[in-house]
Design a protein. Structure first.
Length: 509
């Protein structure tokens, strides 16, 4: 029997959360150290799987399978491929950085880290499972702990933290309701053809064999699109994101923007393309239009923001439009670019929020007009801001450049006009990011900021961890793009089929 490494990755944060729940609440240092140890173990195991994955062989590897509810066809099924493995690496790295970004939390420390580890386990598990039932459970597992963390430890200058928490939760739960209906429709359709399963591969085979009609695929995809779109912050389901991110504590802002949002994009590919290809083909033009609105509308709103967290939040919505556009083009190049860009975007956003969180923790300020010349006193923070800001611009040599360029290459043939419009979003991004960096970092010296310390020791860990991947995957893009290419290669024949004739699957049923 092979070592169940994926189960260890999934369960380690949950076991650590259980141990923390049993510890006395006064042991703050022990609680922090156990949380960090759990995430270090998860990250190291994920790096091992990433390095050991056989890209030449491709497909699902490190698979684990155990029947659970046999009457319904539910099974505990885990596995990773070239699409899910980069997302798992993203969740592990961001989770590790989030723990260290929370090191100075003093209010209800035990409860904070218990909830944080549950959220990390939920988002990581969503990329590991190969069963739709467990996928829905893990998506739901994240929402309530995140709600509690925003309610208890959040802060917002524009709205109350209670408002931000409730708004985020309502949108995510409504989206989950649409997801549930879509999954049930898909399950019932497969059941009527003699299949009783929630397994991703089995459902994909059923669609390919024509057992899931094109009418069901179109309807189920639309329902799932609403659900996934709420996680992904797709227009018009995006409106929870700015308040949700700005009101959340630093770690939850990092995970929400860096990883939780990516579950929607990952699910669009894993479920939308592999299981519902005809539905994806039918709704792709609408997704492309909404993606372009995401890019331009959110960029324009970001220009007017003075609160740095809100600016980053709208920037995040804008950049996720590129992921949606890459998906809508329905070719291997664009979809591969979308997967890689989700990783790049997650690391960049997590770094941005970690640095803003540190500054706010020390100064209780995060408005552009209130912060000046931090580079004179906080060189480490300056490096973090510059790396994240320049990555958001798509600077060559950083992780975002190659995935973003790949998306444009893949989409320009399918949607030339929309691609040109989306590319212009880079101009907006350059304007608001460079303006913020110039004022906050390189303005004149303000003596009152001299008393605030720069990041040192524990505080600099998020910058180092995230910065290594941000620069490493930028200088050596093949480390990321090679893995993604191995994952998207099986899509090539399927995408060619639906491009040639939308009803070819199942003989036009």
């Amino acid at each position: 029997m092979t070592f169940p490494i994926l189960s260890v990755i999934l369960l380690t944060p949950l076991v650590a959360a259980l141990i923390l729940a049993l510890l006395p609440g006064r042991l703050h240092d022990t609680i922090r150290q156990l949380s960090a140890l759990a995430m270090i173990i998860v990250t190291l195991l994920t790096l091992f799987v990433y390095a050991d994955y056989d890209m030449a062989l491709g497909g699902m590897q490190y698979t684990e399978y155990m029947p659970w509810i046999t009457d319904l066809g539910v099974a505990y099924s885990l596995g990773v491929d070239g699409i899910s493995l980069p997302m798992l690496l993203l969740s592990s790295v961001v989770g590790l950085a989030a723990v260290y970004s929370s090191w100075h939390v003093e209010k209800r420390v035990k409860e904070y880290f218990v909830l944080l580890l549950i959220v990390i386990a939920g988002v990581s598990g969503a990329f590991l499972v190969r069963d739709l039932f467990f996928f829905l459970v893990l998506c739901e597992m994240v929402v309530i702990p995140a709600y509690l963390m925003v309610m208890i430890w959040g802060s917002s200058e524009r709205v109350t933290k209670e408002h931000a928490a409730m708004k985020m939760t309502i949108f995510l739960l409504v989206g989950s309701a649409f997801m549930l209906v879509g999954v049930l429709l898909l399950y019932v359709s497969a059941y009527e053809s003699g299949m009783r399963t929630f397994d991703f591969e089995a459902l994909a085979a059923a669609a390919l064999a024509g057992h899931i009609s094109w009418q069901v695929q179109v309807t189920a995809f639309l329902l799932l699109l609403v659900g996934f779109g709420s996680h992904l912050s797709m227009f018009p389901m995006h409106i929870w994101s700015p308040d949700g991110y700005a009101g959340a504590p630093t770690a939850i802002s990092m995970i929400n923007a860096g990883v939780l949002k990516k579950i929607g994009g990952y699910a669009l590919i894993r479920i939308g393309l592999f299981i519902l290809p005809l539905g994806a083909k039918f709704w792709a033009p609408l997704i492309a239009i909404l993606a372009t609105i995401n890019v331009i509308y959110a960029s324009y709103i970001a220009l007017a923001q003075r609160d740095i967290k809100y600016m980053i939040a709208y920037s995040s919505i804008s950049h996720m439009g590129y992921v949606l556009l890459g998906f809508a083009a329905l070719n291997v190049v664009s979809v591969g670019g979308a997967v890689a860009y989700m990783v790049a975007h997650g690391i960049m956003l997590a770094l941005f929020f970690s640095q803003v969180g540190y500054v706010y923790e020390k100064t209780e300020l995060r408005r552009v007009g209130d912060l000046w010349g931090l580079a004179h006193y906080m060189p480490h923070v300056t490096v973090g801001f510059m790396l994240a800001g320049l990555c958001s611009l798509g600077l060559p040599g950083l992780i975002g450049f190659v995935p973003e360029f790949t998306i444009f290459v893949g989409t320009v043939e399918a949607y030339p006009a929309l691609t040109v419009i989306a590319v212009s979003g880079i101009i907006f991004t350059a304007f608001y990011v460079l303006r913020m960096l110039a004022r906050v970092l390189f303005g004149p010296k303000v003596e009152r900021f001299a008393k605030y310390p720069d990041e040192r020791k524990i505080d600099v860990v998020p910058l180092v961890v995230l910065g290594v991947f941000l620069v490493g995957f930028g200088v050596f893009p093949g480390l990321l793009m090679g893995m993604v290419d191995a994952g998207t290669a099986p899509l090539a024949p399927l995408l060619e089929m639906i491009q040639d004739a939308p009803t070819i699957l199942g003989g036009g049923q």
